[in-house]
Design a protein around this ligand. Structure first.
Ligand code: ADP
Length: 602
């Protein structure tokens, strides 16, 4: 089926026919054809008068920009410009319904005096606007002063408004606002055509405004969510870099307060396995409240609230859970004005992230406390063991020297066994007490410039009987520019003794031990090389751990507790130095340590 021809097509056809007639006809027929031509043109122009066509073109033109911007302010400005252009009004404004108040509010305006907009009762006809909004029908008047519909409209009369034009902005049947234009000076500015035109414009404008509004809202919500994620990521990063509970609490509280726009806040943590929640950060720090499950009632935290005179504030409290257990609470408060709807979900998310960090630091604290208890126990025990050991050793010595009467060969052998075992115990007690002193921070290190070579030679001399016993050769090579290092004399000797005595212990008879000393700009390094049993790669990883000894029977044959290297490492670190080794099983080992060089000597 062919489409029925439109009015325009018919018109075109008619014009062509008449034109043909005009070219071919003459006389009476030509005259008639001219008449017909004139009537057709009249008909054409009366259907679509030139100003109407111009207005349609303008409507098309002004609304073309709509939708080109997703920025709400810009979209509103485009609409405002279009309205003024199209209507030729003196001034105008766009009012939109505010989602939070439900009230109409001016969102864009042209040619209004600033004070008119600020005035509570603006110099626009609020009554007209309200009516358009309520009824959803556009209103036009060419002279409001004589229009009976406005006779009782106070604002229309008060501001002597004459031409007024106002249409609703509708999206999917719902009114989202109104467009208003007026002119106080001129009457007869607007007519029914203008109303129709503005209504046509408003249809497109409403969609453009709504799109921009939705986009702005989504955009704002999205960027808020992104910035929140960034904060949470930072929280995770910062919270997990340290194991300091106070720092974790301080950071969590700071973020809770700033991100929820609160005036203050607090964090309470469950004390051990009890039902007591102790406030450990923020307002009310130091006080506590009981919590045994369920919802937390604000009355529970009343003591600190009233103490802080904040009982009238608005509180937001969320639990911090680890698995199913509530391990803490985060609370924030505002002295006046409500929290934004995003505050609670944000706080919940913050609590989830903080939970892991709080739990980690709490575990770390309890491990630290257990460690401290262990160190204190060792310190007490080693102190208590020293006295009886000194007595055993002393009396065994006296017995051996026959101070209590003659002793047989056999008795001397037994007494020597007692003495050697007591020395082993003494070594253990002294190494254990060193460890406990280091761990509890009670190890006193007094750093002063020491002539390194002198200390090396003295220590070697002290160990000479040990080397001699195994017929081991010992060589010392010190580079010329080594002079002084900053170290604690007793601890330097302890480290040297341990490394040199190990070299002797784990090197067979007639083995070679060489000591070399080098220096660079900042450090002097001592290297002790032996051609002994060496250390397997598997053992190398554990060498500095407490109580580590190789399973090698040669090692087990030697006296030792596997604490010497651990203590040496800690001591070197306390003196700002480094310690290490290289070794190959069956070939030998090189142990080295470095200490800061000193400019001055003693
Ligand atoms: P101890 O000598 O009392 O066992 P250390 O902590 O001084 O304890 O040494 C730990 C372990 O490291 C030793 O038991 C031994 O297995 C290994 N070790 C240390 N020094 C050497 C060395 N020079 N050669 C081979 N093994 C060594």
């Amino acid at each position: 089926m062919s489409k029925p021809a439109s009015f325009d097509d018919n018109l075109k056809d008619l014009r062509r026919t008449i034109n043909e007639l005009v070219t071919r006809a003459d006389g009476q027929i030509l005259k008639r054809a001219h008449e017909a031509q004139a009537r057709v043109e009249l008909l054409a122009s009366s259907t679509s008068p030139p100003e109407e066509q111009a207005r349609l073109a303008m409507l098309y033109e002004v609304s073309r920009t709509f939708g080109s911007s997703l920025d709400q302010t810009e979209a509103l400005n485009q609409v405002m410009d279009a309205v003024i252009n199209l209507t030729g009004a003196g001034r105008g404004c766009v009012l939109l319904i505010m989602p939070d108040t439900g009230e109409l509010d001016i969102q864009a305006a042209r040619n209004f005096e600033k004070q008119d907009l600020d005035d509570e009762e603006m110099q626009v006809s609020r009554t007209v606007i309200n009516e358009v909004f309520k009824n959803g029908e556009g209103i036009v008047t060419s002279d409001a002063q004589t229009d009976t519909r406005f006779a009782d409209h106070v604002s229309v009369m008060r501001y002597s408004l004459r031409s007024v034009l106002c249409v609703p902005l509708r999206v999917r049947g719902e009114i989202i606002g109104v467009v208003y234009v007026d002119n106080a000076a001129k009457s007869g500015l607007f007519d029914a055509h203008d109303l129709e035109m503005l209504e046509a414009l408003a249809t497109q404008a409403a969609v453009a405004i709504e799109n921009a509004r939705l986009y702005t809202q989504t955009d704002a919500a999205l960027s808020q969510r992104v910035s929140e994620l960034e904060t949470l990521q930072r929280i995770d990063r910062e919270l997990n870099t340290g194991l300091d509970l106070d720092r974790v609490l301080e950071l969590t509280l700071e973020w809770a307060i700033t991100e929820t726009n609160a005036h203050g806040g607090w964090i309470a943590i469950r004390s051990g396995e009890t039902s007591i929640m102790s406030i450990v950060a923020g307002i009310g720090k130091g006080s506590s409240f009981a919590y045994d499950g369920g919802q937390i009632a604000l009355e529970q935290i009343i003591p600190f609230q009233s103490a802080a005179k904040l009982s009238s504030a608005i509180h937001l409290v969320v639990p911090v859970r680890r698995e199913d257990e509530v391990i803490a609470f985060i609370g924030v408060l505002r002295k006046q004005g409500p929290f934004s709807p995003d505050a609670r979900p944000y706080l919940h998310r913050l609590a989830e992230h903080a939970a892991v960090a709080i739990e980690n630091t709490r575990l770390y604290r309890s491990v630290q406390a257990a460690n401290l208890a262990k160190s204190q126990f060792i310190s007490v025990v080693s102190h208590e063991l020293r006295m009886p050991m000194t007595a055993i050793k002393g009396y065994a010595d006296l017995l051996r020297q026959a101070a209590a009467g003659p002793v047989s060969e056999k008795q001397i052998k037994y007494l020597e066994t007692i003495q050697s075992n007591v020395s082993r115990m003494e070594m253990l007690v002294s190494e254990l007490s060193d460890i406990s002193r280091i761990e509890t921070g009670r190890m006193k290190i007094i750093i002063r410039p020491l002539q390194l070579e002198k200390y090396i030679r003295e220590t070697v001399a002290g160990l000479m009987p040990q080397f001699k016993k195994k017929q081991q050769s010992i060589a010392i090579k010190v580079s010329k520019n080594v002079a002084y290092v900053n170290a604690d004399p007793a601890r330097l000797v302890q480290v040297l003794t341990n490394i040199l005595s190990n070299a002797s212990k784990y090197t067979p008879e007639k083995g070679k031990i060489r000591i070399g000393v080098d220096v660079d700009a900042a450090y002097a390094s001592v290297r002790v090389m032996d051609n002994g049993i060496g250390i397997s790669t598997a053992d190398q990883a554990d060498l500095f751990s407490q109580f580590f000894r190789s399973d090698d029977p040669i090692v087990r044959d030697q006296q030792g507790w596997g604490l010497g290297l651990h203590v040496s490492q800690r001591l070197v670190q306390l003196m700002d130095g480094k310690i290490g080794f290289e070794s190959e099983l069956g070939k030998g080992s090189t142990f080295w340590f470095s200490l800061p060089v000193s400019a001055e000597g003693d």
